[in-house]
Design a protein around this ligand. Structure first.
Ligand code: BGP
Length: 470
């Protein structure tokens, strides 16, 4: 099948990265939890590579952004590191060097006519706030985050039109409280995690309120990783497990961000189990009345769930209500261990269209991490990543199908622009349109980068895979 697929006019094409994964720790006055984690347990990281240099965006801003422009980017997301921006977390006093760095990034994007989305939190809580207050389950951290956001809006608010409060807040809960894959590697801390989930929703709403009150003329959203929870069967018990999983892992942030409420099923379950978060009427009012202007959706893989067979945890955990299982038809990305299921993009789009007022949104991350990409190099040194191009083609085809049916999607960002560092995986799996030689910091555009340029220039591409889009 050869079909040219066109996207709506002015569609956003680009990719995302984050401060902690790209900048390097150069001249930063504080460490975040990921920086700190590497100092205490380097063996947790692939090849023990830490974030100190990362892709050295700190010293390559101009060159990198020019390269992104050259492969067709009209938009780009990164994040401001709390630990670079702020000198004193308690007062919110800024570090002039940090401010100067982000001003440079903003200025260069302007010069190149690249729309910049600045995110305020990408898993990078300052370690001092974890050591002093425990972390996101303490409401003190919420207030300090608002101070940080205020400083960002004051410094950059007139020059940046698109903001987001958090990237994948659910992963902060899963990684830091439920399953221990992020520092401080707590496992089974369900109740604390639930409080943190509430507090982050509150922090996001408070920052949205502040941003709107400052009348800066731009828009503010949130980036959520949405993982549709497909049930194993139509058995009522499996369906119940899938409804709970949706409420817990998707709607617990989606509902407050867009509707100002929490999913009833989640609230009822937590109440019944005696683990509902502590809230005040005043806080709930803030959440009720301050919604996002737009939504970013990170999509990598779905969840496949069934009714739980046994209680894996003694203390409260969401896993009391569901269990994951491997769908027999699953196509797996073996490097990352994530299922590849492009149709979920269509399902997410329909959900937003039908159940969330068709709010405007964009794909803020989607991509495929591959280990040892060196082996796909041709004689000229270019990585021939056809697998990645096919991955994008298939996902974009489902996105377009949803747009044709009325989904209010305004853009597509891949993960990521230039190969970047990651928590625990470090540089194992590469996702970029541009490869990075870790030793020399040399950047080389991959085949997918040239493909992306064509895609952006023509606002569309030829769908030529044998896989039918249904
Ligand atoms: C998302 C994060 C990114 C990025 C990506 C790839 O969850 O927002 O920061 O890391 O996943 O995941 P990983 O690097 O773990 O393979």
């Amino acid at each position: 099948m050869n079909q040219f697929i066109t996207f709506p006019k002015n569609f956003w094409w680009g990719a995302a990265t984050s401060g902690p994964q790209s900048e390097g720790t150069f001249e930063k006055k504080h460490l975040n939890i990921m920086d700190y984690w590497h100092t205490v347990s380097p063996e947790d990281f692939f090849d023990q590579v830490g974030p100190e240099t990362a892709s050295d965006f700190y010293h390559h801003v101009d060159e990198d952004l020019e390269m992104l422009k050259s492969i067709g980017f009209n938009s780009f997301r990164t994040s401001i590191q709390w630990t670079r921006m702020i000198k004193d977390f308690e007062t919110g006093e800024v570090d002039p060097q940090g401010v100067a760095f982000y001003k440079h990034v903003i200025q260069k994007c302007k010069e190149l006519d690249i729309k910049l989305i600045l995110n305020l939190h990408h898993f990078d809580l300052p370690i001092e706030l974890m050591q002093k207050y425990g972390g996101w389950h303490n409401k003190k951290v919420v207030d300090l985050f608002v101070k940080f956001a205020k400083a960002c809006f004051e410094e950059f608010g007139h020059d940046v039109a698109y903001w987001t409060t958090f990237n994948e807040p659910m992963v902060i809960i899963e990684g830091g409280y439920f399953y221990g894959f992020h520092y401080p590697k707590k496992k089974g801390h369900g109740t604390e995690g639930i409080q943190a989930l509430y507090n982050i929703n509150l922090a996001s709403a408070k920052v949205i309120q502040l941003y709107h009150d400052m009348h800066l003329g731009g828009e503010i959203g949130i980036i959520l990783n949405l993982t549709p929870a497909y049930p194993r069967s139509q058995d009522p018990k499996d369906l119940e497990a899938s409804r709970f999983t949706e409420a817990m892992f998707n709607n617990s942030f989606l509902d407050p961000a867009i509707k100002g409420t929490f999913p009833q099923l989640l609230v009822d379950t937590l109440k019944k189990d005696g683990v509902l978060w502590e809230s005040t009427e005043e806080e709930l009012d803030i959440i009720r009345n301050n919604h996002v202007d737009y939504l970013g959706v990170n999509y990598y893989h779905p969840k496949r769930v069934k009714a739980p067979e046994e209680r894996a945890y003694k203390d409260w955990m969401p896993d009391w209500y569901f269990e994951e299982w491997q769908w027999p038809e699953c196509r797996m990305n073996p490097y990352r261990g994530w299922e590849i299921y492009p149709k979920a993009i269509y399902d997410i789009a329909k959900n937003i269209q039908e159940n969330y007022g068709n709010i405007k949104w964009y794909i803020s991350e989607n991509g495929m991490g591959v280990e040892n990409e060196e082996k796909f190099k041709d004689e000229s040194g270019m990585i021939i990543d056809d697998y990645r191009i096919d991955f994008y083609k298939e996902h974009l085809a489902y996105l377009k199908k949803a747009i044709d049916e009325g989904a209010n999607c305004f853009g597509y960002h891949a993960w990521t622009s230039i190969d970047c560092w990651s928590w625990a995986n470090a540089y194992k799996n590469r996702y970029g349109f541009i490869s990075l030689d870790l030793k020399t910091q040399e950047r080389t555009i991959k085949k997918s980068g040239y493909w992306f340029k064509e895609l952006s220039d023509h606002n569309g591409y030829t769908y030529d895979l044998d896989i039918e889009i249904k």
